[in-house]
Design a protein around this ligand. Structure first.
Ligand code: NI
Length: 167
């Protein structure tokens, strides 16, 4: 396994749209294992393949406190959504920025695991929000891009300042 490099906003590669996975082979299993290791090492609750510059529809999520409940979603599809959630979100590609977006409180997701087995998952609360956040990444969308233009401008200014400080 290996820890992968996580792209940072505003890297243009975060805007690529991921392709569906067609072959469930060893390279997919390796990608999933590496993504999980990368997510845990960064203390994140979710990671999309887009964030490690692999443009395939693959997501890993673990919202448990004990970090022992890995969920792998390949080619995920939301088949039902309901309610409104207002959980604050962060992103490993946008460190230090936390914002609340309007998301569905509950989602039903159809997906495959890394072995090609299909399953349906019903999620609510943080897990639901996290899955929606990661699925946005697969569409080339970073969560802050769902905010108003004014808020996005402020965030970009903050990020530019952070980058100048760390340079
Ligand atoms: Ni993210």
């Amino acid at each position: 396994m290996a820890i992968l490099n996580i792209l940072r906003y505003p890297d243009a590669r975060l805007h690529k749209v991921a392709e569906p996975v067609k072959v469930f082979d060893d390279s997919l299993k390796r990608l999933v294992a590496d993504m999980a290791e990368t997510m845990y090492a960064a203390s994140g609750v979710g990671l999309a393949a887009t964030q490690v510059d692999v443009h395939k529809q693959v997501i890993v999520v673990d919202v448990s406190d004990r970090r022992d409940s890995l969920v792998v979603l390949v080619n995920p599809e939301i088949v039902e959504a309901s309610g409104v959630s207002d959980i604050e979100e962060g992103c490993l590609s946008v460190p230090g920025i936390y914002e609340t977006l309007e998301r569905a409180e509950r989602v039903k997701v159809r997906a495959f695991d890394q072995h090609g087995k299909s399953f349906t998952l019903e999620a609510q609360g943080l897990l639901s929000v996290c899955i929606q956040h990661e699925m946005d990444h697969l569409q080339g969308k970073v969560f802050i891009e769902r905010l108003s233009q004014l808020k996005q401008q402020r965030i970009r200014a903050r990020i530019a300042k952070q980058l100048r400080k760390s340079a």
